[in-house]
Design a protein. Structure first.
Length: 506
């Protein structure tokens, strides 16, 4: 490979981190320089992720672009990086989202702009580190460190109740992660290594696996978040600035799903099989119950936040359906379909949720309200905006031809292989998703104007049009032609399924 001697994963981690520090050094006195520099760093990071994609071998089993050297040699802790077909699309999603967030803040953030750009660029590097880390302690350091910039983003640029939201966000996610650290230390005591791949090969008794699974569950389920430990997310979304909401929904929720794929399922496969039924039940509750909760929301941001929880229920459903399929049919292909659908749903939701939050943010910047009742007749003053928002609303509803349909369809199809009623219940999201999304769209865009200010709203400018256009292209591209993503992830997911269908009990 051309990149064999280039530490491209380190570049994807440390270039945005160092760029963020340099943005802070430049300072608010040179606002234009900060903005252009931050955009340059985010574009360069995304460019490197594209190069990584083109150099990635889709048919190679195992990790690629390995970087490894001792970090704390006395404890065998290494700076160990690598990617497979599961991590790479999430790194690309992270890098793309950062470009969007920097553009979105261009004319909106008017105070502490250098600090704002610094926080997001550092957050990008840390999130890339989570997806690339192959040493469990390195993973944990990146996992916990990314809470700090997000804490500051919500706490400084958030809404009136930002202090409450930030403390709740931090406590929920930090306390859950403590249990993960305990599990990692136990695994080290058994395997003698902090290497994640070594931990995946370690034989464990069923009781040990159950305890490890529960510890990982408390960390990853909070991050997704799964019902009933989801209550921090709506508060964080409502109080966060638009960029914070975009990163929360598009990237940070996906880290919980990634954790299940990298730790819970391969390290504790027997426990994953044991807990598959309650995990499927919790996923179905999230899909249906949270869908009804979204239906009654009057705050657009809170509605989209609950929508995210419902859609992420599809992700966990797709992760645990394979255990039932393999047990009943011994079919690896059916199991692969469920996880591929779940990972596709993660990527798609990243783009769609980002677009929906940006649409709400663009309206909020003009009218300074997120309440549905304060709008109506927006199409008359913002026709181009209304057209873009219609596309994203349809994608959020799972319309065929958009990326929102592909993942949900595969998860429902794999559910049919296990049980009709599971598939039927999961399929209710197509009705509920359309109900709460299109009802909101109808009242905001086509409803009767409540405030006179709505008729004076200015349509989206060139910068905003570019942001929504880029997201629209991706949503349509992966809805019509998802093959590049499936080709990228198929071998890695097939290897994962073969791994989790083998018992590790001594």
């Amino acid at each position: 490979m051309i990149l064999d001697n280039i530490p491209i994963l380190s570049i994807l981690i440390w270039m945005p981190i160092l760029g963020g520090i340099w943005s802070l050094i430049i300072g608010d006195q040179q606002e234009k320089v900060v903005k252009h520099f931050s955009l340059l760093i985010s574009l360069a990071t995304f460019l490197f992720s594209i190069i990584l994609y083109y150099q990635f071998d889709n048919n190679f089993l195992g990790m690629q672009f390995i970087e490894e050297f001792y970090w704390i040699e006395s404890f065998s802790i290494k700076y160990h990086l690598g990617v497979d077909g599961i991590a790479l699309p999430l790194i690309m999603l992270t890098s793309f989202t950062t470009v969007i967030v920097v553009l979105a803040a261009w004319e909106v953030i008017d105070e502490y702009i250098s600090f704002y750009m610094c926080a997001f660029l550092i957050l990008t590097g840390l999130m890339n580190g989570v997806f690339a880390a192959l040493d469990s302690i390195l993973f944990y350091v990146f996992w916990e460190a990314m809470l700090i910039p997000m804490f500051l983003i919500i706490g400084i640029w958030g809404g009136p109740n930002r202090v409450y939201a930030t403390i709740k966000f931090f406590l929920y996610t930090f306390l859950g992660s403590v249990f993960m650290l305990v599990a990692l230390l136990y695994l080290y005591s058994i395997s003698g290594s902090f290497n994640i791949e070594d931990m995946q090969q370690t034989s464990l008794g069923l009781t040990a696996q159950k305890l490890i699974f529960i510890a990982f569950f408390l960390a990853f389920a909070v991050k997704i978040p799964m019902w009933p430990i989801h209550t921090w997310l709506p508060d964080a979304h409502v109080e966060a600035p638009t960029g914070g909401s975009v990163v929360l929904a598009a990237i940070m929720l996906k880290m919980g799903g990634y954790g299940f794929l990298r730790f819970s399922l391969p390290i504790a496969p027997d426990a994953s099989f044991f807990f598959a039924t309650p995990m499927i039940l919790l996923s179905l509750i999230a899909i249906v119950y949270i869908g009804f909760v979204a239906l009654v929301q009057e705050d657009m941001k809170k509605l989209i936040a609950y929508s995210s929880i419902s859609h992420m229920g599809f992700v966990t459903l797709g992760f645990f359906i394979p255990f039932g399929i393999f047990a009943s049919t011994n079919s690896l292909s059916g199991a692969v379909m469920g996880i591929e659908g779940a990972l596709m749903q993660m990527i798609s939701h990243g783009f769609i949720s980002a677009a929906m939050f940006l649409c709400v943010g663009m309206m909020y910047d003009r009218l300074h309200s997120r309440m549905i009742k304060d709008y109506g007749g927006v199409i008359n003053s913002m026709p181009y905006f209304a057209a873009f928002m219609m596309l994203f609303a349809m994608a959020n509803s799972g319309l065929p031809g958009t990326s929102g349909f592909v993942g949900e369809f595969l998860v429902i199809l794999s559910s049919f292989k296990l049980n009709f009623w599971i598939a039927f219940t999961a399929g209710l999201t197509l009705i509920l998703g359309a109900a709460y999304t299109l009802w909101m769209y109808k009242r905001v865009i086509f409803g009767e104007a409540i405030k006179e200010e709505v008729s004076d709203l200015k349509d989206i400018d060139a910068r905003e049009s570019l942001i929504l256009f880029l997201l629209a292209v991706v949503v349509l591209l992966f809805g019509i032609w998802p093959a590049p993503l499936f080709d990228l992830m198929h071998v890695s997911i097939q290897q994962l399924v073969e791994q989790i269908t083998q018992s590790k009990i001594l």
